[in-house]
Design a protein around this ligand. Structure first.
Ligand SMILES: Cc1ncc(COP(=O)(O)O)c(C=O)c1O
Length: 382
């Protein structure tokens, strides 16, 4: 028995993080500046896009990018309901209308074969969410977008380092957004990043995130904007974390492979499917209970009894959250017509929501703890 709690997520904070933050504090230049420019260069080079800019968090990365892509009040944006609510909320924040399309029950990502039926005259964009670090079917989604003249924004908030055929999350769509929230594979506490190859979109995003300031800075302003900037103290953490990301991703994949071979012994559990050519970044390891007499909640409580920080993250898909059931209370509802979200029937999102459980998969887990988790799963499932 391991007596300490094995946390569901645990950020790595090493001497390098302390040194990097201290250097910024010593410089006296705390706000977004030189260090953030360095991080942006390094991040876009890593992802494989021409441009990147930091934002205060993943939500503002999404809303700023949507705004910069020209999403206006009443525009429909197709997205997945099986995600953290910020994906959908970022659409609603700019006045857009989230249109939820069901997921594939094996990959948990938006099912591309259902997207075309959801496209209307009002559709402007698709926001695939690479859930748990597994890339959505971007080949198919980009084809649909091209055929219907739609924009694509990747919600890559959980997908730093995720790959499809060697190409990284954040390099497929017209834009992408990342989160550096404290639990993410690359973290800064709070923080975010937009990536794109489109210079015009990037120029607009730079204005929107910084009070509509022009490139020269100063006190000339050209449009309404926000303060969605990120501090250099935070970017300093990001630079260290980005350097470490390949190692972190490798360990997460090794742990996930161990869980996959363990669950292969049990018919009642199915891991999230990583199709041929895909390499998940395993932000979350979340298999599903598909048969047998063990319930998802029962498994989680038995894991917790053994000091294993297990949980379920999205039991309630976005369209079933009060936020969307009560969308008429949102300020844009005075001007924008929303669908009746309560009438939506998205069975796969509900199924995955009701049956998945999530177990620790991060690099701070020791070998002893990993064995304890594996043995506990065997005991619970046998
Ligand atoms: C899929 C997804 N989208 C958006 C966000 C929002 O990011 P943040 O919490 O940094 O605002 C998150 C973060 O948890 C996320 O997981």
């Amino acid at each position: 028995m391991v007596n300490r709690l094995i946390h569901f997520a645990k950020p790595i904070i090493d001497d390098e993080e302390y040194d990097a933050v201290k250097a910024v504090l010593d410089s006296g230049m705390l706000a977004e500046g030189k260090v953030s420019r360095e991080l942006e260069k390094e991040f876009s080079a890593y992802v494989g896009t021409k441009y990147a800019t930091v934002t205060s968090n993943g939500t503002t990365a999404l809303s700023t990018a949507l705004d910069a892509m020209g999403i206006n009040p009443g525009d429909e944006v197709i997205t997945s309901p099986f995600t953290f609510i910020a994906s959908a909320n970022s659409i609603a924040m700019v006045g857009g209308v989230p249109i939820f399309v069901d997921i594939d029950p094996d990959t948990y990502n938006i099912d591309p074969s259902l997207i075309e039926a959801a496209i209307t005259e009002k559709t402007k964009a698709i926001m695939p969410v690479h859930i748990f670090g597994l890339l959505s079917d971007m080949k198919h989604i980009m084809e649909i977008a091209e055929n219907h003249d739609l924009m694509v924004i990747e919600d890559a908030c959980q997908a730093h380092g995720a790959e499809f055929e060697g190409k990284l999350a954040g390099s497929f769509g017209h834009t992408a957004a990342f989160s550096f929230y404290a639990t993410k594979n690359m973290m800064t506490g709070e923080g975010g990043m937009i990536t794109t190859n489109d210079e015009e979109i990037m120029d607009r995003a730079l204005m929107i995130k910084n009070h509509g300031r022009g490139k020269g800075g100063g006190y000339s302003h050209f449009q309404i904007g926000y303060n969605n900037r990120m501090m250099d103290i935070v970017s300093a953490l990001g630079r260290v974390q980005l350097k470490r990301l390949p190692k972190v991703t490798k360990i997460r994949r090794e742990y996930a492979a161990r869980y996959n071979s363990l669950f292969a012994e049990y018919d009642q559990i199915a891991p999230q499917k990583e199709p041929e050519g895909y390499k998940s970044s395993y932000h979350v390891y979340g298999p599903r209970v598909i048969s047998g007499d063990k319930t998802r909640d029962g498994i989680i409580s038995k894991l917790k009894e053994r000091n294993i920080g297990a949980r379920t993250v999205y039991a309630l898909p976005c369209h079933m959250q009060d936020t969307y059931l009560n969308i008429q209370q949102w300020r844009w509802a005075k001007f924008v017509a929303y669908p009746d979200y309560s009438a939506l029937n998205l069975p796969n999102s509900e199924l995955v929501g009701n049956t998945h459980f999530d177990i620790p998969v991060h690099p701070s887990i020791t070998e002893e703890e990993m064995r304890h988790i594996e043995n506990s799963i065997r005991t619970i499932l046998s």
